[in-house]
Design a binder for this molecule. Structure first.
Ligand code: ZN
Length: 380
């Protein structure tokens, strides 16, 4: 058994100052106030030294970082993000890849999942999104009509490890893909992204309606109704649907999503429906003029945004500064909400009896002090 002492324990509904967490094996046994939880005899003591101890970060949308792609070099990429507190991540192939590259990414990721504990599956952004939206749109290889042979090959190869498919409801011929993806993996999640669909087009998907908004307020379009009126699209649908989760990329300068828009998102969706993602990539194109001083963005060959250089610890710090939210709320958005959105809320995402001991120790600016993965303190 292990006991973490001297930590400010961040629960889903509050913070226990100077609390204790007791672990047995890889599971949390109890968490509570110092005078209410006893440290079992012989337990290994881990001194948190006054750090905040919260649930490990769950990054559902991450292409790569530190020179490694999550779907090409998953061992190295997962280790890099683990050092920044990410105890669960979902490898996210790029929609710029062709079918063959997707299939290869599935093979590599599935193999790595056998040994890499913080690699939990795949999030597929594209090929069934709208190719006119997103970085390097001119190079998007998915402009051809949706092809049954191709989507069956992809869905079969991904199997149950592909947890999310991002989709654009306006794509013609989408339904057979949705049906097949759900047939092969009944738990598959559809996310709305890289799209200009109207709310009516989204609702027309019926039981295949998306439950996650892919990087809200980025790479979406709106269809104007009448000259002088404001168009509406996927973001408006997301605002309107109370149960839908909204991913947000919170970079330091509010370039992906402006501070005002992050505040709007938090206000409309509420703190239980926003998911922090890094959308981190390895794009190494030069920064356009005026952006060179920003160190957490990536750009494409046209000078457009191409994801970020974020890690989840920095994303937490950023959203606190953009929205004035607190540490416990940042943990909801970085750990609890994404775990729930992925259907894994019973195992991970919060500090609760019976859950897996995936923890991150941070200071009040989200500087990572220690990481615990599956009940073991990580040595970096
Ligand atoms: Zn994207």
């Amino acid at each position: 058994m292990k006991a973490i002492i001297n930590g400010n324990v961040v629960l889903e509904n509050g913070i226990i100052w100077d609390g204790i967490i007791v672990l047995e094996g890889n599971k949390i046994v109890s968490a509570g106030k110092k005078n209410e939880v006893s440290v079992p005899d012989g337990a290994e003591i881990i001194d948190a030294k006054g750090a905040y101890v919260g649930p490990g970060f769950v990054d559902i949308h991450v292409h790569g970082g530190n020179g490694y792609q999550t779907y090409e070099n998953p061992v190295e990429a997962a280790d890099f993000f683990l050092q920044h507190g990410t105890t669960s991540l979902f490898a996210t192939p790029s929609y710029g890849m062709n079918c063959e590259s997707f299939l290869q990414a599935f093979v590599v990721t599935k193999e790595a999942m056998k040994t890499v504990k913080n690699l939990k599956g795949l999030y597929c952004e594209g090929p069934y999104t709208n190719p006119n939206y997103g970085a390097a749109a001119d190079l998007n290889p998915w402009r051809h009509p949706i092809c049954e042979k191709e989507f069956k090959a992809l869905v079969d190869a991904g199997g149950k490890d592909v947890k999310v498919w991002a989709i654009a409801p306006e794509r013609e011929g989408l339904f057979p893909f949705l049906e097949y993806a759900r047939k092969v993996n009944p738990d598959v999640i559809f996310a709305l992204g890289h799209s200009e669909a109207t709310p009516m087009q989204v609702r027309a998907l019926g039981k295949y309606k998306p439950t996650i908004m892919t990087h809200a307020m980025c790479a979406t379009g709106r269809q104007a109704v009448f000259a002088g009126t404001r168009g509406y699209g996927p973001d408006e649908y997301c605002f309107r649907e109370p149960d839908m989760y909204a991913e947000v990329i919170s970079d330091s300068c509010g370039i992906h999503v402006h501070s005002e828009m992050q505040q709007l998102l938090l206000h409309t969706k509420g703190v239980h429906r926003v998911i922090l993602i890094t959308d981190s990539t390895n794009s190494d194109e030069p920064s356009p003029e005026n952006f060179a001083h920003i160190d957490d963005l990536n750009f494409d060959h046209n000078g457009g945004l191409s994801g970020s250089k974020l890690t989840m610890d920095i994303a937490c710090r950023n959203i606190m500064s953009h929205t004035n939210c607190g540490i416990a709320q940042a943990f909801l958005m970085a750990s609890t909400n994404p775990a729930k959105a992925m259907g894994m809320g019973d195992e991970i995402g919060s500090i609760e009896t019976g859950k897996i001991a995936d923890l991150v120790f941070v200071d009040d600016r989200f500087r990572v002090k220690q990481v615990m993965l599956d009940g073991e303190i990580c040595n970096f």
